[in-house]
Structure formats: structure tokens, C-alpha cells
Design a protein around this ligand. Structure first.
Ligand code: NAD
Ligand code: TYD
Length: 340
């Protein structure tokens, strides 16, 4: 099976490519990635060395580039498209939303259109639980929960989901949408909560917790998400949406305290800072449909997964310092400077 994976040099995409190349010998992958600040060829250096030229091929490019997409998909070169490419950080979407609309909405449209013309047999679009908005203290999201996005990031993801739906309904395209809760694990860019807190704690710097720290996220290990995407690719029904979660709701403060405990650092490093505007209070994912119809079951418990993730960042200190470029520090200084 020949796959076009977009955004494969980011966090989840690189874990997915590594998982697929390791577990399925019949799979070959073209990775199309623009290499934005979040895309890093180092994330797949091992795969390029082992499978490069044969089962793995990298193309630097933009999912908004219709001509490039036509070239890649020409002549039924690809059996399925899996679209991970996106601008993904909620805080950046608050600071500057334009790239989110360009890549997440217009880019998904360009990819759908190119895949439609090339008659690609399967199109898996990777979405997020954030399209459902925020929950109160009880209940979970299901696939029929109305979309109510609250950030420019989640609004742009919801826009892409609606385009996927329209291409299925209008053109009969075999589109499957997956929505997953917050991921953690190796290769996550240190702007997201867990790697950022590991980085800060290791450096003995203050750990910025938004608001009262009682916002809840439903954490899933990235490999469980990747296994879910694989199931959606192989067994998902066209036109259907599948939620993935891990029954693992945690308040941010609890996650931060656990990271400090694993690293043997003091809770005095915690700093409560001004809240993120429009901050969703709670996410919790109901994934019974994926369980019943795809056979999805998360396998990695949070205690083990988080300990291993902390160890990965300790063992990969060179990766962690290389991604902290000047542009990274500039964004972080400006964003957190405003939250003091
Ligand atoms: P990430 O920011 O780590 O990686 C995104 C990748 O997309 C990068 O490699 C980047 O270079 C690439 N990219 C960005 N714009 C592009 C463009 N125009 N053309 C080609 N490539 C482009 O993101 P991630 O955390 O790996 O998320 C991957 C997908 O999963 C996203 O669609 C995101 O919305 C979704 N998702 C993420 C989470 C999470 O917790 N991280 C949870 C649910 C869903
Ligand atoms: P994040 O990793 O940005 O994911 P998302 O906003 O997509 O859920 O944030 C996870 C939670 O952690 C969210 O409630 C915001 C909070 N948070 C902080 O308290 N401090 C921080 O510095 C960051 C980046 C996030």
C-alpha cells in the first residue's frame, strides 16, 4: 500500500510513519511536509537512513500547492492520503491566526481537490477533539456532539472537517475523519504543555500554569493515537468520524506536579500566570464507536507513558536544544512576557 502522509515531519506524523514502516512491510510512504518551525527532518532521520529511496521518500512542500499535489498523485501513484499537516498550537493561533486558516482550511481543501481528481481510494483526515468546544464538569464528547470550536485553531480544524464531510456527500469521496484527544510522547515540540514543562523543570526555570491550573485534558499516548489512525485507514467507513481517547482525564496542575515528581524537582517552580483567552475548561473523549467498529483500544497507561516520555526528553537533550531556535525563543518570550 502506497501512502501519502502530509505533515509527517511533525510530532504525530513522524510517530505514525515510524509505526507504519515498522509494523507493515507492504507499506511505502511519501512524506510531504513544509518543514515549518514544527517540522523537523531529524524526527525521521532513522527512517530515512533505513528505508530512504525504497519504502520512504521525503518531499519538502506545501499542501496548499495544487500543482505539486497533482504531480505527486499523478497516475494513481498513491492508494491513500493521510492528512496530519496543520498549524497546531492554540496559543500561536491566538497571536496570529492567518497561517491556521491558510494551511488547515485552504490546505485541506487543496489536498481534497487533488485527491478527488486523482481518484485516491482513501483519504484519512486527522482532526481533534477541540472542534467540539468545551465540556462542563461531566459528560464526554461523541461523534454526534455539535461542533462548537472556541479558538482560531479549533475553528480552522472544524472548517477542514466540514470540507471533508462535503467532499464525501457531494463527490462521494472515501473520506474518513478521526478526532483524538491531547497526545503526549516523544518528538512533541516543546511549546505544548508536557514537553514545555519537562524542558522548564530540567532547566530549573518557572513552570507557567494558565489560570487556576484546573483545566482538564484527556491525555493519550501518541502511539495509541497512531494505532487508531492505522485502524481508521484499514477499516474506517467512508463518510464516518471516529473519536480516539484514553479514559485519562487530568487537570493540568496534576500533570505538572507529576512531571516535577518524576524529575525530583520542587513544586516551588510552579508559577500561575494569566490565563489563555477563550481557554476550554475540560475535554473528555467518548470513543466507544472506534472500540466497537474498528477494534480500537488504548494500550499505554499514563503513569508509564509519562515516565517514558520524560526519559525520552532526558535522553534526547540534543534534539531538545536544537529545536529551541531564535524564532522559538522570540515567540516564547513574547507570549509568556504578556502572561506575567
Ligand atoms: P505538529 O505541529 O507537531 O506538526 C505539524 C506538521 O505539519 C509539521 O511537520 C509541519 O511542518 C507540517 N506542516 C504545517 N503546515 C504545512 C503545510 N502547509 N504543508 C505541509 N506541511 C505542513 O503537529 P502534531 O501535534 O503532530 O499534529 C498533527 C495533526 O494531528 C494535526 O492535524 C493536529 O491538528 C492533529 N491533532 C493533534 C493533537 C495533539 O495533541 N498534538 C491532538 C489531536 C489532533
Ligand atoms: P496545550 O499542550 O497547548 O494543548 P491544547 O491547548 O491543545 O489542549 O495545552 C494543554 C493544557 O495546558 C491547556 O489547558 C493549556 C495548558 N497550558 C498551560 O497551563 N501552560 C502552558 O504553558 C501551556 C503551553 C499550556
Amino acid at each position: 500500500m502506497r501512502l501519502l502522509v502530509t505533515g509527517g515531519s511533525g510530532f504525530i506524523g513522524s510517530n505514525f510513519i515510524r509505526h507504519m514502516l515498522a509494523s507493515r512491510e507492504d507499506v511505502s510512504i511519501v512524506n510531504l511536509d513544509k518543514l515549518t518551525y514544527a517540522g523537523n527532518p531529524q524526527n525521521l532521520a532513522d527512517m530515512a537512513a533505513r528505508h530512504g529511496g525504497a519504502r520512504y521518500h521525503f518531499i519538502k512542500g506545501d499542501i496548499c500547492d495544487a500543482c505539486l499535489l497533482d504531480d505527486i498523485l499523478h497516475g494513481k501513484a498513491v492508494d491513500a492520503v493521510i492528512n496530519f499537516a496543520a498549524e497546531t498550537h492554540v496559543d500561536r493561533s491566538i497571536a496570529d491566526s492567518a497561517p491556521f486558516l491558510t494551511t488547515n482550511v485552504m490546505g485541506t481543501h487543496a489536498l481534497l481537490e487533488a485527491a478527488r481528481k486523482a481518484r485516491v481510494e482513501r483519504f484519512v483526515h486527522i482532526s481533534t477533539d477541540e472542534v467540539y468546544g468545551a465540556l462542563g464538569p461531566t459528560g464526554t464528547f461523541t461523534e454526534t456532539t455539535p461542533l462548537a470550536p472556541n479558538s482560531p485553531y479549533s475553528a480552522s480544524k472544524a472548517g477542514a472537517d466540514m470540507l471533508c464531510r462535503a467532499y464525501f456527500k457531494t463527490h462521494g469521496m472515501p473520506v474518513v475523519v478521526t478526532r483524538c484527544s491531547n497526545n503526549y510522547g516523544p518528538y512533541q515540540f516543546p511549546e505544548k504543555l508536557i514537553p514545555l514543562m519537562i524542558l522548564k523543570a530540567r532547566a530549573g526555570e518557572p513552570l507557567p500554569v494558565y489560570g487556576d491550573g484546573l483545566h482538564v485534558r484527556d491525555w493519550i499516548h501518541v502511539l495509541d493515537h497512531c494505532r487508531g489512525v492505522e485502524l481508521a485507514l484499514m477499516k474506517g467507513e467512508p463518510g464516518e468520524v471516529y473519536n480516539f481517547g484514553s479514559d485519562n482525564e487530568k487537570a493540568n496542575l496534576e500533570v505538572v506536579r507529576t512531571i516535577l515528581a518524576i524529575l525530583g524537582k520542587s513544586e516551588d517552580l510552579i508559577r500561575f500566570v494569566a490565563d489563555r483567552p477563550g481557554h476550554d475548561r475540560r475535554y473528555a473523549m467518548g470513543y466507544e464507536k472506534a472500540q466497537a467498529r474498528l477494534g480500537f483500544t488504548p494500550l499505554i497507561g499514563f503513569a508509564d507513558g509519562l515516565r517514558e516520555t520524560v526519559r525520552w526528553y532526558e535522553d534526547n537533550a540534543a534534539w531538545l536544544s536544537a529545536v529551541q531556535t531564535g524564532a522559538y525563543r522570540e515567540f516564547m518570550d513574547s507570549w509568556y512576557g504578556e502572561r506575567k
